[in-house]
Design a protein around this ligand. Structure first.
Ligand code: UD1
Ligand code: UDP
Length: 362
């Protein structure tokens, strides 16, 4: 069996980290295509080296653009590749534009789509990722889910149960496979922070970065934090901060460039709490027993709230501050969700080897 695996953006690389060796071990021939949605070394190359991911066989150089330009360009280049290569399936991960482009390009040329991280729902159609998830799942022949609830969401949307496989969370497997490698890594010290005495922050969702009033409320909450804040800044967020004069290093807020995956894990592990709007960071905080505040109105990672690892705060300084106080005072003894373990990639391989059922009419 021969499959092509699509990656494009930062969280995609981390998801295929544990997957590629498992596919090889299972006798599944798999090559990576990199759409080029993310292209800076700190947003792409560093993850291939940190996670020892095989070099992409194809790099499509799609780059940045509006949603339609980015998705459409990726579709055109992926279609050409699929017609030339005719793999047995195309595997897409997560919920970014490259995921959607892969699913749309493949289904039209009758290459079955396998979606890893299927079935998550925020029920918020203003999020580009929610649109990508809904469409990708409807187009997929095999849906690999990270939490039990994701399977229920898919059934409710009419997906046939035999297509759904509850494999668990691949981000969790990546944490578990890499955390011992960094037992001695002191990253916070290099940024002037003490273990257990700082807050780690990431902000990159358009709902926060594209609204100056929300971004300034978030920055005000960081400035009011009882502990210093270390903030690796996504390239989308840097210009928004600068435009509104929010990029000064005052009030104990330290802005740094994005960090590599292993450094990020060390920073998450050593933080007293995390404030984020990232999907992956919410999950990693849960795995590493670091309390999390998610600056959003909703989350598709509701399971992290249910187990007691995470809480939501809207983008108001006072709301974030009180959620942060609660996080800092909270117990860290929650149970991680079911199947967030080291066997996720093995379950993916088992599912694929059990046979991908083509969509009706193929
Ligand atoms: C994308 C995903 C989002 C995911 C995030 C992970 C979509 C719709 N969004 O958002 O779900 O959480 O990736 O980080 O797919 N840029 C650079 N260098 C890079 C990449 C981006 O400077 O290597 C800048 C460009 O100005 C670009 C902007 O960041 O326009 C946004 O990049 P894009 O990939 O469109 O969306 P993200 O916000 O990164
Ligand atoms: N990440 C990283 N360096 C950073 C910020 C994030 O390595 O400076 C990692 C983080 O640990 C997680 C992934 O990037 O594994 C999450 O990606 P991101 O927040 O960009 O996207 P999302 O998960 O929200 O789609």
């Amino acid at each position: 069996m021969r499959i092509i695996v699509v990656v494009g953006a930062r969280p995609n690389f981390i998801k295929v980290g544990p997957l590629m060796p498992a596919l090889a071990q299972g006798g599944i021939e798999a090559d990576i295509v990199h759409t080029g949605q993310h292209y800076d070394a700190v947003m792409s190359d560093v993850f291939f080296s940190d996670l020892e991911i095989p070099e992409p066989r194809w790099s499509l150089g799609v780059g940045s653009g509006t949603h339609a330009v980015q998705t459409g360009t990726a579709m055109m280049r992926l279609e050409e590749l699929l017609l030339a290569e005719r793999p047995d399936a195309l595997l897409v991960v997560g919920d970014v534009n490259s995921t959607l482009a892969g699913a749309l390009a493949a289904v039209k040329v009758h290459v079955p789509v396998i979606h890893l991280e299927a079935g998550l729902r925020s029920r918020d159609m203003s999020m580009p990722e929610e649109v990508n998830r809904l469409v990708t799942d409807q187009l997929s022949a095999m849906l690999l889910t990270p939490v039990a609830e994701a399977g229920e969401n898919l059934i409710a949307e009419g997906v046939a149960p035999e297509r759904i496989h509850f494999v668990g969370n691949i981000m969790a497997e990546s944490v578990l496979r890499n955390i011992e490698r960094i037992a001695d890594r002191d990253v916070c010290g290099a940024h002037g922070m003490e273990p257990g005495s700082y807050v780690l922050a990431t902000v990159h969702r358009p709902e926060n970065t594209n609204h100056p009033e929300r971004l300034s409320q978030i920055v005000a909450a960081f400035a009011a934090s009882p502990l210093p804040v270390l903030f690796p800044v996504h390239p989308r967020t840097r210009p928004s901060l600068a435009e509104h004069g929010l990029d000064g290093e005052s009030h104990g807020v330290r802005l740094v460039d994005p960090v590599g995956y292993l450094d990020m894990l060390a920073l998450e592990r050593d933080a007293a709490a995390i404030v984020t709007d990232s999907g992956g960071v919410q999950e990693e905080a849960c795995m590493l027993h670091t309390p999390c505040v998610t600056v959003r109105r909703n989350t598709e990672r509701g399971v992290t709230i249910e187990v007691g690892a995470n809480r939501l705060a809207r983008a108001y300084a006072e709301e974030i501050s009180s959620a942060l106080d609660e996080a800092l005072a909270s117990a860290r003894d929650w149970q991680v969700p079911e199947r967030w373990d080291t066997q996720v990639s093995r379950r993916v391989v088992d599912a694929i080897l059990s046979g991908v059922i083509p969509l009706l009419g193929y």
